[in-house]
Design a binder for this molecule. Structure first.
Ligand SMILES: Nc1ncnc2c1ncn2[C@@H]1O[C@H](COP(=O)(O)OP(=O)(O)OP(=O)(O)O)[C@@H](O)[C@H]1O
Ligand SMILES: [Mg+2]
Length: 269
């Protein structure tokens, strides 16, 4: 579990994260959603220690990460896996070497042990036979898988994914989402995902935090989001008139005020 308590972060005069508190649960996909520029990446970077918050604290299973010394932070970092926005693979390294990188950094294993572990995670993300390929030789979806394989190679307790679906088609996105969810449940990982992909929100949103200009504007799950009355959230998730009308229909259907099939046909027409 990760507890975020009253985090603030700004750059110069600009406040980017404004007093945000949240709890990220074990074995769950905790989603951070919000428009471009709302502060999702900065928030995630504060959580993993790439940015130091101006105030507030972050607790990893009760331990105050924000105020730890360098040795303590290193111990927590060993338990963190991260998939960066855009995969961020090393172009000059093969798939195998990319995944091996955290093992080189944090373990004293022999090369044979490292190679075995690399093969295991490549197998887990269903990318056998890609070991010797370079990032430029594989598709966007495959790159994401390599990024995920690298993020899980050290058996993380905490997994951070910044826009895991950016640049992927809806079906490949779904496969990646399901893979992240499976891994989260299988290893009881505390997973935090930044996204603006509504398919992901509905598919894997165990917990959803909606950010608006650096504030936490709403929190709930993928069932509750449909019925939220928060106007900003609704404008964000039901961005088109069509979807807004569909949501209104759904609300009326739930309250028994309309015959859904007939009205949906009217809407489509
Ligand atoms: N290193 C930095 N220095 C100054 N300002 C920054 C820095 N990093 C981010 N910002 C600003 O913080 C704000 C939030 O940026 P952030 O990258 O967190 O948005 P985001 O929600 O992740 O957007 P996107 O969906 O496009 O990835 C933006 O206005 C951005 O310009
Ligand atoms: Mg971002």
């Amino acid at each position: 579990m990760i507890e975020v308590k009253h985090i603030k972060k700004g750059f110069g005069d600009k406040i980017v994260i404004n007093d945000v508190s949240a709890v990220m649960d074990d074995g769950k996909c905790n989603l951070i959603i919000g428009a471009s520029g709302s502060g999702k990446t900065v928030f995630m970077k504060c959580l993993v220690g790439l940015f130091r918050p101006d105030s507030g604290s972050i607790l990893y299973d009760g331990e105050d990460f924000t105020n730890m010394d360098a040795a303590g932070k290193k111990e927590i970092r060993k338990k963190i896996g991260m998939l960066f926005q855009g995969s961020a693979l090393f172009d000059s390294l093969t798939v195998e070497k990319n995944i091996q990188f955290p093992l080189d950094m944090f373990t004293n294993w022999t090369l044979a042990e490292k190679r075995k572990r690399v093969d295991e995670v490549l197998d887990r993300v269903e990318l056998r036979d890609a070991n010797k390929k370079f990032p430029a030789e594989i598709s966007g979806g495959m790159k994401k898988r390599v990024g995920i394989a690298r993020a899980i190679v050290l058996n993380p307790k905490y997994l951070f994914c910044d826009e895991p679906n950016s640049g992927l088609d809806p079906q490949t996105s779904l496969v990646i989402d399901k893979l992240i969810k499976e891994l989260t449940q299988e290893f009881n990982i505390t997973t935090v995902i930044n996204t603006h992909d509504m398919n992901s929100v509905m598919e894997i949103g165990d917990k959803i935090i909606y950010m608006y200009k650096g504030d936490k504007e709403w929190e709930g799950n993928n069932k509750e989001i449909i019925f939220s009355k928060n106007q900003r959230l609704n404008e964000f998730i039901f961005a088109s008139d069509f979807l807004r009308d569909a949501k209104d229909m759904r609300m009326l259907e739930q309250t028994g005020k309309i015959d859904n099939d007939r009205n949906m046909e009217d809407l489509i027409r």
